[in-house]
Design a protein around this ligand. Sequence first.
Ligand SMILES: C[S@@+](CC[C@H](N)C(=O)[O-])C[C@H]1O[C@@H](n2cnc3c(N)ncnc32)[C@H](O)[C@@H]1O
Length: 217
Amino acid sequence: MTIPCIVNNGAGLCYNQGMATSRRDTADSYTQRAHREGYPARSVYKLEEIQKTNPVIKPGDTVLDVGAAPGSWTLYTHRMLLKGKGQIISVDLNPLNLNPVPPTVTAYVGDAFSKEIREKLTSHGPYDAIISDAAPMTTGNRTVDTSKSEWLAEQVVILAQEQLKEHGNLVIKIFQGGGQQQILQTMRGMFRKAKTLKPKACRTDSFETYLIGLDKI
Ligand SMILES: C[S@@+](CC[C@H](N)C(=O)[O-])C[C@H]1O[C@@H](n2cnc3c(N)ncnc32)[C@H](O)[C@@H]1O
């Protein structure tokens, strides 16, 4: 039986009204592994691959995680990357689903780009690394969705221009087809190295990719 997708978040999840499950709810190996390892979402393995191929976070860093809920990237950063040294500021429209919230984490709920939340984020900065897996609630219309994703990515770049330290690193999710090339071009002017990476953990039919900026000028 085919289950209609009511809302697709572009990252591969498909929410159906009245149903708690997705069309692709059959747990894949990444989902099963996330469950075993205590992470609330499989997206953790995208950050793992990014970090293995292009180290962006080191122990002692102050890290800003934008679009952090349910909290896999935040938890992975706490457990595996900071190794108890440093701090993570996490922000999302929704609360983290971490219990307990690790001691290195300060979490804010709200729009990362609103005046009120920006002030709070600025009070913890500047940051050694900014990581953003932020994604819009999608409509199913690819043009609309990529343009919303592009807007989010641009806002993160602006945040990084203001709040990322010299030598700092940046990771941004963007839906392919948006202004990816222009944003990459901007990042090439901000970082000694800037590139695109699509981790293997991205679902095969997902149109997301990641822009990575290393060593801010
Ligand atoms: C794919 S999820 C992030 C998953 C997360 N990295 C993890 O590993 O658990 C994308 C998130 O971006 C958030 N988001 C979208 N727009 C946002 C905004 N303006 N401010 C804060 N969070 C936002 C959504 O609420 C959603 O939770």
